[in-house]
Design a protein around this ligand. Structure first.
Ligand code: SF4
Length: 356
């Protein structure tokens, strides 16, 4: 829980020095500040007041969560932000995945620096209506691990919310780290006071991922964050047949590349095959996948996005998947998910007014 300044030497799950349970919570046991915290007078957290003031110019705030790492949450956040900006919304993307900030790369902003003005930290802009803030901009070396304990991470999240000058925003997309840790509780508490629309949860169809997503959904229910919907990512491999490589396996197990021969054969004998999208199940979804889990837990299912090598490439190169025809397998799926989200959030009218 985040409530008040957290000293550097605080225990890991410090409830905040200004919280009612400061110095008395189980997490305070053995902390050098225990007596001072237990007896200090309590009042409203001045940081929360500052955050509420800063966020007053942000109309909608959407958290993007996942139960596990590696399910494509940041790719989704990045493409959601690109799509909203293309609809002429004023968009901010805040990356609070402090230990693994991948948003700068996915937005094509690696190596950029944050500038400070008298209004606060300025986001880095991809376009005039898409600003990005991430700890990735502050790391001298992208290979360097950020090994911070909970209180320090929470302090930085608060600082991001308090000190970044976004200006007028239609939507702030917040890319959170995987799981349900201190950072999540911290950001939820800070944003709830300012009107948080809710959370989108990204998963893959595997049972192991869905188990964690169930925990994420219960976390949202417990802390009062509406689940805007669940996205099933990497839902089967899908790409045009013409993008595949073909191989013959020799008796000794080696792969002989026969791509040219196979493509030429298709061009000669059945050229219409080359326009097909080939699909293959990667993860076992016989358990019903995210759609079934959503029905059972009573939360909206937003749709499936296939594992598309072209989308992975767009993320690696920091590009939007919507601007050209390369992501034929994934861009339409993402578009329909985003349209559903806009409709559910009452944003589709705003998109129409923007001329989209
Ligand atoms: S006693 Fe320690 S852990 Fe508890 S609120 Fe104070 S600083 Fe945080």
């Amino acid at each position: 829980m985040e409530n008040g300044d957290v000293p550097e030497d605080a225990n890991e799950h410090c409830p905040g020095t200004l919280s009612e349970s400061a110095g008395k919570a189980d997490a305070c046991e053995g902390c050098p500040n225990q007596q001072a915290c237990a007896t200090a007078p309590k009042g409203p957290d001045p940081d929360l007041v500052a955050i509420a003031e800063r966020m007053a110019t942000v109309k909608h705030k959407i958290l993007v969560l996942s139960g596990k790492g590696g399910v494509g949450k940041s790719t989704f956040s990045a493409q959601l932000s690109f799509a909203l900006a293309a609809l002429d919304f004023q968009v901010g993307l805040l990356d609070i995945d402090i230990c693994g900030p991948s948003i700068p790369k996915m937005l094509g902003l690696e190596g950029q620096d944050i500038h400070q003005s008298n209004l606060g930290w300025s986001p880095v802009y991809v376009e005039s209506n898409l600003g990005v803030m991430s700890i990735g901009f502050m790391l001298p070396n992208p290979d360097e691990a950020v090994i911070w304990r909970g209180p320090r991470k929470n302090g930085l999240i608060k600082q991001f919310l308090k000190d970044v000058y976004w200006g007028e925003l239609d939507v702030l997309v917040v890319d959170a780290p995987p799981g349900t840790s201190d950072e999540h509780i911290s950001i939820v508490q800070c944003l709830q006071a300012t009107g948080l629309d809710g959370a989108i949860i990204v998963t893959t169809p595997q049972q192991v991922s869905l188990i964690d997503v169930r925990k994420e959904v219960s976390f949202c229910k417990k802390v009062g964050v509406p689940v805007l919907g669940v996205v099933e990512n990497m839902s089967g491999l899908a790409q045009p047949l013409s993008d595949f490589r073909f191989a013959k396996i020799t008796e000794t197990g080696e792969q002989n590349d026969v791509t040219e021969w196979a493509l030429q054969y298709m061009r000669d004998k059945a050229p219409e095959l080359l326009n097909l999208i080939a699909l293959s199940e990667v993860f076992d979804s016989s358990g019903g996948g995210a759609a079934k889990m959503c029905r059972e837990m009573g939360v909206p299912f937003l749709g499936k996005v296939p594992l598309d090598p072209q989308l992975c490439r767009a993320a690696e190169e920091g590009r939007s998947c919507f601007v050209d025809q390369r992501c034929t397998a994934s861009a339409p799926a993402l578009k329909s998910i985003i349209e559903k989200l806009l409709q559910n959030q009452g944003l589709s009218q705003m998109a129409k007014e923007n001329g989209a």
